[in-house]
Design a protein around this ligand. Structure first.
Ligand SMILES: [Zn+2]
Ligand SMILES: [Zn+2]
Ligand SMILES: [Zn+2]
Length: 377
């Protein structure tokens, strides 16, 4: 799935891929009843080869105010490196109005939305390969309070397997432990994203396309030509490239993603709680950091080899790997659970109920790259 889906792109479906026939506007409006983070809408010149002219921010704002009557709910507007305009809002109606923009200051534009922070992904197993994915989507939506955005079936080329697993993308950022299909409760496995990193400044908190910097991954400086400087990671000052997996910041980011999935948090909440806890328990965090990179390397290597051989045995194998990983972060998770109970976060009753029940679920999250969206573009 692309990070940005154009509001013009519509139904496309084959035996291994299904995409909702609802328009982007319709999906965004349905976010009203779901958990989600901020919505980011991207506007670009309708002629993809051209750019939106960077005019005075006051004039752009005045024009947007005229066209978007919920403009008070826009929290940020900025230009990306590629001269696209990126709007942020937490109001689905406002987002839909921005998606409807056809011109900004007389420049014809097309619009799209980043799906990353308004959707969640999970895997379901043993789905018959001859079942149409549109039927599966209907079944999931009819029996569960879920809006299916996309389905992707994993089968090897020319394979004759009768069952396969399917990656489901749903609207909103909340996932239950199981879903109901064909009268039974099917355990689902949270799909833990691999770490995504901005390829311009190497931070983990935004996508490459929205970043204005242009730093060298080796020395952390903005320079032309071949790197001459000594290796110095911009993230941790260590003697390695900022994109290296041995960087402790990569390890932390991976743990945040795990923590997010295990506790049904948004990425923003997970990051905040994790950072808070590592400040107060610095010694614990440091202890974990010194031992974790090797284990993570091993886990990553093993997970990669499993991905190459998708089989029904996969569940067994990953469980073993995750157990190794779980032991490493167990202490930390327990501590965070305590912090959680003490922190009086503003939560919906539903969310609160989820938080009380923080025993790690038996369906272990797994890390796996299925050619999904990527921070780089
Ligand atoms: Zn960046
Ligand atoms: Zn350099
Ligand atoms: Zn580093």
């Amino acid at each position: 799935m692309n990070d940005v889906q154009s509001s013009n792109s519509m139904i496309s479906s084959n035996n291994n891929y299904f995409k909702s026939s609802k328009s982007i506007n319709e999906l965004v409006l349905r976010l009203g009843q779901k958990n989600f983070e901020e919505i980011h809408i991207i506007c670009q010149h309708r002629d993809a080869k051209r750019k939106i002219p960077r005019s005075n921010p006051f004039l752009i704002q005045a024009d947007i105010k005229k066209q978007v009557n919920r403009h008070d709910n826009i929290t940020n507007i900025k230009f990306s490196r590629q001269d696209k305009l990126i709007f942020s809002t937490a109001d689905p109606v406002c987002a839909a109005q921005i998606l409807n923009l056809e011109k900004i200051q007389e420049t014809p534009v097309s619009t799209g939305v980043t799906f990353e922070n308004i959707t969640e992904r999970f895997l379901i197993f043993d789905i018959p390969t001859n079942l149409r994915l549109s039927e599966l989507a209907d079944e999931i939506m009819n029996k569960n309070d879920m809006e299916v955005v996309e389905l992707r079936r994993f089968v090897k080329l020319n394979s004759t397997q009768e069952f396969s697993l399917v990656l489901v993308t749903i609207l909103g950022t909340f996932l239950p432990d199981a879903i109901k299909i064909w009268f039974t409760n099917q355990k689902i496995r949270q799909f833990v994203d691999r770490v995504r990193q901005c390829l311009h400044c190497y931070e983990f908190t935004h996508a490459t396309r929205v970043c204005d910097k242009n730093l060298c991954p080796l020395c952390g400086v903005n320079h032309e030509g071949q790197c001459q400087g000594p290796e110095k990671c911009i993230l941790c000052n260590g003697p390695h490239s900022a994109t290296s997996k041995i960087c402790p910041r990569h390890t932390v980011e991976q743990k945040i993603l795990e923590f997010k999935c295990r506790n049904y948090l948004t990425i923003g909440e997970a990051r905040r709680l994790y950072t808070q806890s590592s400040k107060t328990h610095y010694s614990d965090a440091a202890k974990i950091n010194t031992t974790a990179p090797n284990i993570e390397e091993i886990v990553n290597q093993r997970v990669e080899s499993i991905v190459q051989n998708i089989t029904i045995k996969m569940e067994q194998q990953t469980t073993l790997l995750i157990e190794i990983f779980q032991k490493t972060i167990e202490n930390l998770v327990q501590y965070l659970v305590t912090v959680f109970h003490q922190t009086d976060l503003k939560k919906s009753p539903n969310r609160k109920r989820q938080m009380i029940n923080l025993v790690p679920p038996t369906n272990n999250p797994m890390q796996w790259d299925a050619g999904g969206s990527n921070a780089s573009d």
